[in-house]
Ligand binder design. Structure first.
Ligand code: S3P
Ligand code: PEP
Length: 442
């Protein structure tokens, strides 16, 4: 494990830096490039360990690279004729990659074994793959104590009606939608609940599919997708707003802060717009210059004494908001985030525990079913820090706790820097560029 030492940012954070391009856009662009019948291009590819792992998986199913440089990736897909034969596909710790590749495996006439790491066994993954038998494929759970593993076989009559869970994650719906146009018969999808979690990510899937010619009929939480093909894709990737959240977090937790993000491309994700609006209410102002492609982040005053946040559509930034909340003058309450506990670790629980160890006052909130569904804080605090924090193998916990540690009185050490490769490999360098003192722990 790689441990970092985070010094309090006593002089504030100031200056300009860059952030990665969007991981969710990159993952969809890779999948759609495989499923298109014509060549595709990805501009500004967003390389991270999770994108690389998905790239290997789609290559197993036939995606060909026809050209590549720093700025662009030229790809040739196979449409619905994904490679047959016995394929073993490893997704390591990414549930998105597991769910999406499970759907892709339904297009294959051969057998696919999908494998994820032990941490994936604790997440609601296999229990929500019933769309596979419902659409005509077969699914066998062959997990052991150290791996989540399933064997999947497709069908030559793929199609029908699938009931898809949208209470625990949006990713299953995204996965079924992506393959639906390539099924042999129409695919009808009924979602388990009307207010899906992570609706923004479902919207992103729909808009990227439509841009490549897919016809999706949507009526609230029901979808119908008729057989068609995907046209060529030209994907110009936006910036990763979740990566942005950690820099906004640094501005919030440090005593002073003014940060510019160079080369910022806003995306169509509704979750991004919602997050920027939440930041504004917390007193973190962002101003975007579309000509210079620069986003400026500055500290102001919260919009109210008590800021209430709905976490349903902003799952990735709930840990960041937990890190920010103890450092803003307002009381903050965030709810409707029970689904965020289904991620790489129980993200809401872990953030509350580790921030409490750092010296913050942050308490869980519970939903009507008694489960933790958020947190509440009591206004600006001065946590002592000076403790060893644990990121539970989760890049987002590392990033969020590092953000909070900048605002503590004493240095903190934080394990798990190696997981930054999952989404924001240059984060520690960025923090140092902004004047924070971050380095390896002695
Ligand atoms: O579709 C996607 O790209 C994602 C959907 C969301 O998953 P959940 O709906 O499981 O939270 C989000 O949290 C994840 O980081 C990325
Ligand atoms: C999307 C993420 O995770 P997963 O694919 O494992 O749900 C993430 O951690 O950024």
């Amino acid at each position: 494990m790689t441990t970092a030492r985070i010094e309090p940012a006593l002089d504030g954070v100031r200056g300009a830096t860059r952030i990665p391009h969007s991981k969710p856009h990159m993952q969809r662009a890779l999948l759609l490039s495989l499923l298109a019948n014509a060549p595709s291009t990805i501009m500004n590819p967003a390389w991270s360990s999770e994108a690389e792992s998905l790239f290997s998986s789609v290559r197993e199913f036939g995606l060909d690279v026809t050209g590549q440089d720093d700025r662009s990736l030229h790809l040739s897909g196979v449409g619905k004729s994904v490679k047959t034969g016995s394929a073993k596909v490893s997704v390591v710790g990414s549930a998105f990659n597991f769910r999406a590749m499970a759907a892709v495996a339904c297009l294959s006439r051969g057998e696919t074994v999908l494998e994820g790491n032990a941490a994936m066994l604790k997440r609601p993954v296999t229990e929500y793959l019933s769309f596979i038998p419902e659409l005509g494929g077969t699914l066998t759970d062959i997990s052991d104590a150290g791996h989540l593993r399933t064997r999947i076989r497709g069908s030559s009559r793929l199609g029908g009606t699938a009931t898809v869970d949208t209470q625990h994650s949006s990713q299953v719906l995204t996965s079924v939608l992506l393959i639906a146009p390539l099924a042999d018969r129409p695919v009808r999808i009924r979602c388990t609940n009307a207010g899906a979690v992570g609706e923004g990510y479902i919207g992103l899937t729909e808009s990227m599919m439509r841009r490549q010619g897919a016809g999706i009929e949507r009526d609230g939480s029901s979808f119908v997708v008729h057989p068609s093909v995907y046209d060529a894709g030209m994907h110009e990737l936006a910036s990763d707003f979740t990566a942005l959240s950690y820099l906004a977090g640094a501005v919030a937790t440090a005593p002073r802060g003014s940060v510019t993000v160079d080369g910022y491309y806003p995306s169509e994700l509704s979750s991004e717009r919602e997050f920027l609006a939440v930041l504004e209410r917390l007193g973190i102002r962002t101003a975007y210059d579309p000509v210079e492609r620069r986003l400026r982040i500055e500290k102001g005053d919260p919009a109210a004494e008590h800021v209430e946040i709905d976490g349903r559509n902003i799952p990735t930034v709930v840990p960041t908001l937990a890190a920010i909340a103890p450092f803003v003058a307002a009381r903050v309450t965030l709810r409707n985030a029970a689904h965020v506990n289904n991620h790489k670790c129980r993200r809401v629980d872990v953030m509350i525990r580790e921030l409490t160890r750092m010296g913050c006052w942050i308490e869980p909130k519970h939903g009507a079913d008694g489960r933790v569904d958020g947190f509440t804080t009591v206004g600006r605090q001065a946590p002592a820090g000076g403790v060893a924090l644990e990121s539970h193998g989760d890049h987002r916990i590392f990033l969020s706790l590092a953000t909070a540690a900048l605002g503590a009185d004493r240095p903190s050490v934080l394990g798990g820097a190696e997981h930054l490769h999952a989404s924001f490999p240059d984060f520690l360098t960025s923090l140092n560029t902004l004047g924070a003192g971050v380095g390896p722990a002695a």
